[in-house]
Design a protein around this ligand. Structure first.
Ligand SMILES: [Zn+2]
Length: 451
């Protein structure tokens, strides 16, 4: 076929958001009276009204009086398994908590995991979380993949592996799954328009042996997958590794050749100076879960030292079994408060830095740099937050209103991958009542046959 090539007319935007106060994040300045245009799954343009052509839009969203910002990124969670244990394991430390949790986990079935996954996805969507890093410790990812077809958030699903302690019974499964991981990669990695990535999630240094960590590293390198593990979470873990290997969890994993920039390490509350140097040198990234760490009395991340060492850090909620809410507003607020208290420095962690930790920082911490900030070419993962509320008024400072006053319910509209998944708090195509009822029934049935 021949013909004269004409320069293409710019395609009209699918969605234009107007009259917005835009917080692009990623170190960029806010834009007042701003416009964002979206085409397909990407942001086309962003700027002040008059700078950006919004005339041809298919759909216009008026964000007057509201904040437009990247969707929150949850750098460490476990929705499928942990939704089923929310509120069951209160007032205990980590190792006691794990023992009880295992009694439930060994009775998981696909139907129960499906409803739990859906419930977690809906909770995150309604709280403005558009991307999450799932450490999949329920050992059957298919139900969550199905749920993600119904509520299509952006996700990295890390297959959980372990081979000792309370997890010894899944040792054979773990090794077999690693040996055939190429099949899973072929079936699911980068699926759903590249929203769904697979990763590898060895559980922790007290539940995985050296050979398992080494095998995970080989598989990750072979397929170019990221790794997501718990590391240096609590004093009990430090004691276990010291007693068994005579060192710290960070040094032990480093000596195995495990730590690289494709690793997201959750928690890291127990770091000494040498550990921090190793994490910086290897480019290891950290998911910081301040609410969970404080609630389980695990310790507090040395965040200021990590920032000074140039280590990438993002916020995560951890699973709702340990902190009970999939809510980044709570994590931002609590992070601000606990680090001011622990450092004795009220100027440490200002509101803008907390917002970065929950968006661009968390995206970098889970190696998903296509999201977490608003700029042309980035994925269109966007939330619109109403801060014109009694509990945030008067709004002298937008960042202060978002971090210390706003609530998850103030998120009005959520766009993921260019699709409007929530509009003015309603979820088109989602029967929220059915999900809540079926999830509750499945959870109580699981508890009654497990404990
Ligand atoms: Zn966790």
């Amino acid at each position: 076929m021949s013909g004269i090539a004409h320069p293409a007319e710019p395609a009209p935007a699918d969605i234009v958001i107007v009259n917005a106060t835009i917080l692009p994040m990623g170190g960029n300045s806010p834009v007042e009276d701003g416009v964002v245009t979206i085409s397909g799954d990407k942001i086309m343009a962003l700027g002040e009204a008059g700078e950006v052509d919004a005339s041809q839009a298919v759909r216009v969203i008026d964000a007057a009086g509201r904040v437009v910002m990247p969707g929150f990124v949850n750098a460490h969670t476990h929705i499928a398994s942990n939704m089923l244990l929310r509120g069951l394991l209160e007032d205990v430390q980590l190792f006691e908590w794990l023992q009880t949790m295992w009694k439930m986990k060994r009775n998981f079935d696909p139907e129960t995991l499906y409803w739990a996954s859906l419930a977690g996805l809906v909770e995150m969507l309604k709280a403005g979380i558009t991307t999450f890093n799932e450490h999949f410790d329920a050992y059957a990812v298919t139900p969550q993949l199905e749920a993600l077809r119904k509520v299509p958030l952006r996700a990295t699903l890390g297959y959980g592996f372990a081979d000792r302690g309370v997890y010894a019974s899944i040792s054979d499964w773990s090794w077999k799954a690693l040996d055939t991981f190429g099949d899973r990669v072929a079936a699911h990695h980068r699926s759903g328009n590249d929203r769904i990535h697979l990763g590898l999630s060895p559980h922790a240094p007290y539940s995985c042996g050296a050979e398992l960590f080494k095998r995970v590293r080989e598989v990750a390198d072979a397929y170019g997958l990221v790794i997501h593990t718990h590391l240096a979470e609590a004093p009990q873990e430090q004691a276990y590794v010291r007693d068994h290997y005579g060192t710290t969890p960070v040094k032990w994993l480093h000596d195995l050749g495990f730590l690289k920039s494709d690793v997201t390490a959750a928690h890291c509350t127990q770091l000494d100076d040498d550990d921090i140097r190793i994490l910086a040198e290897t480019g290891t990234r950290i998911a910081h879960c301040p609410c969970c760490n404080a609630k389980l009395n695990s310790g507090t991340l040395r965040l200021r030292c990590l920032c000074e060492a140039g280590i990438t850090v993002g916020l995560g909620t951890d699973g709702p079994a340990s902190h009970n809410s999939l809510d980044m507003f709570q994590e931002m607020k609590f992070a601000g408060m606990i680090h001011k208290d622990k450092t004795g420095d009220v100027e440490f962690l200002k509101t803008r830095a907390l917002l970065e930790l929950a968006t661009s920082g968390a995206a970098e911490a889970m190696n998903r740099s296509e999201t977490g900030r608003l700029a042309p070419g980035m994925k269109a993962d966007i939330i619109i937050v109403d801060i014109d509320t009694i509990h945030a008024s008067p709004v002298y400072d937008v960042a202060a209103a978002l971090v210390y006053s706003a609530k998850a319910e103030d998120v009005r509209t959520v766009i993921v991958d260019g699709q409007v998944l929530m509009e003015e708090r309603s979820l088109p195509g989602i029967d929220e009542d059915e999900i809540r009822v079926r999830f509750r029934e499945a959870a109580f049935a699981l508890r009654d046959r497990s404990l």
